[in-house]
Design a protein around this ligand. Structure first.
Ligand code: ADP
Length: 319
């Protein structure tokens, strides 16, 4: 299967990104043709510090590489290095309705926190272009992106019907941890929330211990287990296996759980999982990243150009 996915260079990559998407990427690269993208044109749809963006791009690429993406097996590149992404986005804009984009929940959430910008509104069409440009069939993402992948399918189908068959209809590929909750117990883990609500992949052990110690739980006794507590126990299971995590679930149900015992174990499990990742990450140089991204874009450009050529022909734009 041909696989495409992306991550925004928006400062920090957290456990939600890692468990919800990136961990899956590394698994998929063994048996599929995999393309991964640092989506800088998506990251600029909300306010960002421009002097930090170059380093954020490098940092996101290091996170992807350290999570197990091998540039010999997968192609990793920077979205803005292949200009056909924006070209295809424009062409797809012409078959997208306002109603479709108005329904996107991520737009509503982000616009409420930022501004109602045209680029933010059009984000899902650029994402559809990212995927369709390479005729990808599988898109490994977290649950929050499923609606965007559905739109991509709709646009692919509409284009094929209107102008002639070109695009496969891509499917979202979800992991077990398709929605990692925030440590605050409210909403999904997200880097746009306060720093103590997520664990960044680059957090040092002491920071991780503090964040987990401060994570929201219920008081351990009432009959209803709070979603915040359930999220933490499930998350623990991601690191130590469900059987081990279920012991704490049973204790919680019996009203005997001691969070002062559970939380340190949980923190150490995260630290242990992140240790090899952080070691690998420290070994990657900025220069290596730049080379990998440049050769990724170079490799993809001919395919992207070919897709644009086909699309323009089908749309009657070639004389
Ligand atoms: P963010 O949503 O934090 O801004 P991105 O938009 O760069 O991050 O998303 C990168 C990938 O991580 C996407 O596939 C997204 O679905 C996934 N993802 C983000 N947050 C979570 C979460 N809390 N749980 C599971 N997956 C997530």
């Amino acid at each position: 299967m041909k696989i495409f996915s992306g991550i925004q260079p928006s400062g920090v990559v957290h456990l939600g990104n890692y468990l919800g998407a990136m961990k899956n990427w590394a698994k998929l690269q063994a048996e599929n043709e995999t393309i991964f993208c640092i989506v800088d044109y998506h990251a600029i749809t909300v306010n960002y510090p421009k002097e930090e963006l170059p380093q954020r791009i490098i940092s996101a690429a290091k996170d992807v590489l350290a999570s197990g993406i091998d540039p010999e097996k997968s192609t990793l590149f920077l979205q803005s290095d292949v200009k056909e992404h924006t070209e295809l986005a424009w062409l797809l804009n012409t078959i997208t309705t306002m109603g479709e984009l108005t329904r996107m929940t991520q737009y509503k959430e982000k616009a409420a926190k930022n501004e109602e910008r045209v680029g933010l509104f059009d984000y899902p069409v650029l994402m559809a272009a990212d995927i369709l440009l390479y005729k990808a069939e599988g898109v490994p993402v977290g649950e929050d992106q499923v609606q965007h992948v559905e739109l991509t399918r709709d646009l692919a189908r509409r284009f094929n019907t209107k102008f002639g068959q070109i695009f496969p209809e891509p499917k979202a590929l979800l992991t077990e941890a398709k929605r990692v909750g925030s440590l605050s117990g409210e909403g999904k883990m997200s880097k746009s929330d306060a720093v103590n609500t997520y664990v960044a992949l680059t957090d040092d052990p002491e920071t991780i211990r503090q964040k987990i110690a401060g994570a929201t739980t219920d008081d351990g006794h009432q009959s209803e287990i709070s979603p915040a507590t359930l999220n933490l126990i499930n998350l623990y299971g991601e690191f130590v296996g469900t059987e081990e995590a279920n012991k704490f679930l049973e204790q919680r149900k019996a009203g005997t759980i001691k969070y002062s015992e559970f939380k340190p174990l949980f923190a150490e499990a995260i630290i242990k999982e992140l240790e090899p990742f952080q070691k690998r990450r420290d070994e990657i140089t900025d220069e290596e990243v730049k080379k990998i991204l440049a050769s990724g874009a170079e490799k993809l450009r001919p395919f992207a150009q070919e897709t644009i050529k086909e699309v323009k022909e089908k749309m009657g734009l070639v004389i």
